[in-house]
Design a protein around this ligand. Structure first.
Ligand code: AVJ
Length: 324
């Protein structure tokens, strides 16, 4: 038997970006490293474990919303679309959609090559009627994906509230790129985490089992193994909290001691308590996200939420690019 085929496109995001962005981020004030670098292989596995944590309501809530929305969604979208999943990771949620929507093509887009290849091959094996493509791309730098040149009805799928990683300006920029990708009449199906009591949010990013802490600290393990650096993960601690003014969770790695860290031949001095900002996770109201999407030319065609209004799944349709 021949292996199921996946058409693979590699833009080679990788260690060069990590190297350059870590150095720039450590030099900056305040210090920061972008969250896209969490997802090396161990990081992607830790993130999968986060999704199963009792405190992390997002994954199971979104999956529940999606399952209940399926018949409705199929009516809105129709069959034979090209489904483009952004940040596809383990591609679990999309399986729910495939049976019901019956797209002609699936394009998995992810920065993490190993995960992307494993998951798209599994999809090609399990759905023989589906044309499967994989694109290894860092889409924060734009969305040029050859497989998407075809003129099919395109539906971008961006689950998990990953849009929360971007501040408003960057979220609009990304959605404008998505609009350009799907074109007029195309869709964006997006998971958006909602504002909720602060206690629930803080618990979700400070789980009792310490998996989120390990996920955050894995960034330093990655720097130590992929770059020429003596950084010691045990000299930092995980710190996450909801910032109500900014409407976001912030994750930081806080230096436990005064220390000097080396990357290449450059030294970075940390005071005790000084932090590296590693992630923002913005929380929205349904109306607030609608206003943001409108700035990118998208209209809320349908919005589904769970009974507790913890999370939303939104079907946005693209009309035309708004004036810049
Ligand atoms: C993948 C960005 C949606 O912000 O909740 C989980 C990542 N960080 N726990 C989130 C994450 C810490 C997650 N997103």
């Amino acid at each position: 038997m021949t292996a199921p085929s996946v058409r693979f496109y590699d833009a080679h995001p990788g260690t060069a970006d990590l190297h350059q962005e870590v150095l720039a981020g450590l030099r900056a004030t305040p210090r920061s490293i972008p969250p896209k670098f969490f997802y090396d292989e161990p990081g992607s596995e830790l993130f999968d474990r986060i999704c199963d944590l009792p405190e992390y309501y997002q994954t199971r809530t979104e999956t529940g919303i999606l399952s209940r929305a399926l018949p409705d969604l199929a009516r809105h979208i129709g069959a034979e679309c090209m489904l483009v999943e952004l940040g596809s990771g383990a591609s679990k949620k999309v399986r729910l959609l495939l049976e019901e929507l019956r797209p002609s093509d699936y394009v998995g887009v992810d920065i993490s090559k190993e995960f992307l290849l494993t998951s798209t091959h599994a999809l090609a094996r399990d759905y023989p009627w589906l044309e499967v493509h994989a694109a290894c791309v860092d889409f924060s730098g734009g969305l040029q994906i050859p497989a998407c040149d075809a003129a099919a009805h395109k539906v971008a799928f961006y689950p998990g509230s990953s849009i929360g990683n971007f501040d408003a300006a960057d979220a609009v920029r990304l959605m404008r790129d998505v609009g350009e990708l799907v074109g007029p009449g195309g869709h964006l199906l997006i998971g958006v985490d909602l504002k909720k009591p602060v206690g629930l949010l803080n618990a979700a990013y400070n789980d009792a089992a310490g998996v989120t802490a390990a996920f955050n600290l894995n960034l330093l393990h990655r720097i130590r193994s992929e770059l020429d650096s003596d950084i010691d993960p045990s000299a930092f601690e995980h710190y996450a909290f909801y910032n109500p003014g900014a409407g976001r969770i912030e994750m930081h790695l806080v230096s436990r001691i005064a220390q000097r860290v080396r990357v290449d031949d450059q030294w970075f001095d940390f005071e005790a308590g000084e932090s590296i900002h590693t992630e923002n996770s913005y929380k929205y109201t349904v109306a607030g996200f609608g206003a943001l999407a409108a700035q990118a030319g998208f209209r809320q065609q349908a919005v589904w939420v769970d009974d507790d209004r913890l999370f939303s799944v939104q079907l946005l349709s693209f009309d035309a690019p708004p004036p810049a």
